[in-house]
Unconditional design. Structure first.
Length: 223
C-alpha cells in the first residue's frame, strides 16, 4: 500500500520501512464505523449520529482516516506546526487507503483544499490542506475556487459555540469561477476535523455557489 523507497517509519522508527509501516497502520489505523455526514464514531450498523439526523450538515458525505489520537495527533502537529511538509505524502497515502476515499476522488470534478487566511499562511509558510490535496489528486486540485475572507482564531482554542460563530461567512467562492461549482461534484480536503464548524462553513459556501455534491475528507477526526 505504501510503496516508496525504504525509510524510517514515522511512528515506530523501524528501519528500513515505509514512512508509515504496515505494522503501525494495522495497529493504529483500523477502519471503524463513522457517521456518514460528520465522521464521528457510531455503533456498527448506524449510518448517522443523532446530531446529524436532527440537523443535517451541508456535506453529503464525510470521511476520516483515523481518530485524532496517538500516534496521528503527533504526526499532524509536526506536519503543520513544526515545518515538516514532507509528511504530506505519507499522510495522504493513509487517507487514500481509507474506505470510500478513492471512489470519492475518482468521482470528483474538483478537489478543493480548505484555504488559510493570508495571515495564517504567512505564519505557517504553507497550506497543509493544499499539500494533501495535491498528493491525493494533483490533476483535480483547485486551490483558487474557495477563498477565505475572514481570519479567525485557531479552532482548537475555542469552545464549540465560539467555533460555530467564528467561521460564519468566513468562506466564499471566487465569483469569476462560479461556473466550476454549478452542478459539480466536489471533494473538500482538510487535515483535522474538530467540531466541523470550518468544514461545514466552507461546504455551505460551495453549496450556495451551486455545488451538487460535496464530500469532506480529513486525516483525523476529534471525538
Amino acid at each position: 500500500m505504501f510503496e516508496a523507497l525504504p525509510s524510517k517509519c514515522l511512528v515506530c522508527h523501524a528501519w528500513p520501512a515505509q514512512p508509515l509501516c504496515e505494522a503501525c497502520v494495522n495497529r493504529f489505523a483500523q477502519p471503524q464505523p463513522r457517521c456518514q455526514t460528520c465522521a464521528l464514531p457510531v455503533p456498527m450498523g448506524v449510518r448517522q449520529c443523532g446530531m446529524c439526523v436532527k440537523s443535517p450538515p451541508p456535506l453529503d458525505s464525510c470521511l476520516a482516516a483515523v481518530s485524532y489520537a496517538y500516534p496521528w495527533s503527533d504526526l499532524i502537529v509536526g506536519f503543520k506546526f513544526q515545518k515538516q511538509p514532507g509528511r504530506a505524502r505519507a499522510l495522504s497515502l493513509l487517507l487514500r487507503s481509507t474506505p470510500w476515499v478513492e471512489p470519492a476522488l475518482d468521482a470528483a470534478d474538483a478537489v478543493v483544499p480548505m484555504p488559510l487566511s493570508g495571515l495564517r499562511l504567512r505564519s505557517r509558510g504553507f497550506n497543509q490542506a493544499l499539500m494533501l490535496a495535491r498528493q491525493l489528486a494533483p490533476d483535480k486540485t483547485d486551490s483558487r475556487l474557495l477563498l477565505r475572507i475572514k481570519d479567525t482564531p485557531p479552532q482548537s482554542s475555542l469552545k464549540r459555540a465560539e467555533r460555530l460563530g467564528s467561521v460564519k461567512d468566513a468562506f466564499t467562492v471566487d465569483p469569476l469561477l462560479l461556473n466550476r461549482t454549478r452542478g459539480a461534484r466536489l471533494v473538500l480536503v482538510d487535515d483535522v476535523m474538530t467540531s466541523g464548524a470550518s468544514l461545514f462553513s466552507a461546504a455551505r459556501a460551495l453549496r450556495a455557489a451551486g455545488a451538487a455534491h460535496i464530500t469532506g475528507i480529513v486525516i483525523a477526526r476529534t471525538e
